[in-house]
Design a protein around this ligand. Sequence first.
Ligand code: PEP
Length: 253
Amino acid sequence: MRKPLVAGNWKMNGNLSSAVELASALKDSSLPSLVSTCDIVLFPPALYLTMVVSIINDANFSWGVQNVHFEKVGAYTGENSPAMAKDLLCAYTLVGHSERRTLFGETDNDTIQKVQALLSVNVIPVLCVGETLEERDAGQTLARVEQQIRIVLDALPDPDNLNIVIAYEPVWAIGTGRTATPDQAEEVHTSIRDILRGYSQLLSDKTRILYGGSVNMQNAAILFAQPNIDGFLAGGASLKAAEFIGICETVRQ
Ligand code: PEP
């Protein structure tokens, strides 16, 4: 009932020519034929988005930006607004990625406001949550993830009509080559599903919960076999066409 979703977060990598090359390789691959069974979403660097979209436009992929400001307009040098993302036909936007939280001081309160601002212009937030290694070692994983989710959902009205994606990304697995085991990931995904059910059965049933953290074409299948893993948010692997295609092919099956 939930359509799988695979997203690629290109972060601040590459240059214009590598972005064009990667977008062209994805468009000319098997991926356009997969979109009826799996949503494919690209998050290139914002400066390259227009160029990337001009290449993938016919491929039925979706796209988004990696961050927005929560204000509508104003003197916020260097920032982009949710309405600007909407102008570029972004269907999704990442919110609360751990790199935003740890490197740029993004707070839970910022994520609340960003989610609200995106929903107000009908862009689907991909809310990233996850524990640090210290929190996992201290047995605080489920509590930390629950807190990150509740603080956002408590601020939103009408859970039945909420259109959001949640990405569980253990901080210790991002860019480290360490992946959560299927059991570790499924435990957190099940807990997230239960938390959502507390707001609304419909929200719990329909919300895609992605796993992120050193996903690649080798480990995707065993993770995707877990009942509450609805797809992936890939970082490093999304920069290599063959890897990203391999992940998407796995999810289709
Ligand atoms: C990410 O940053 O969202 C991510 C999952 O990165 P990686 O796949 O490289 O761990």
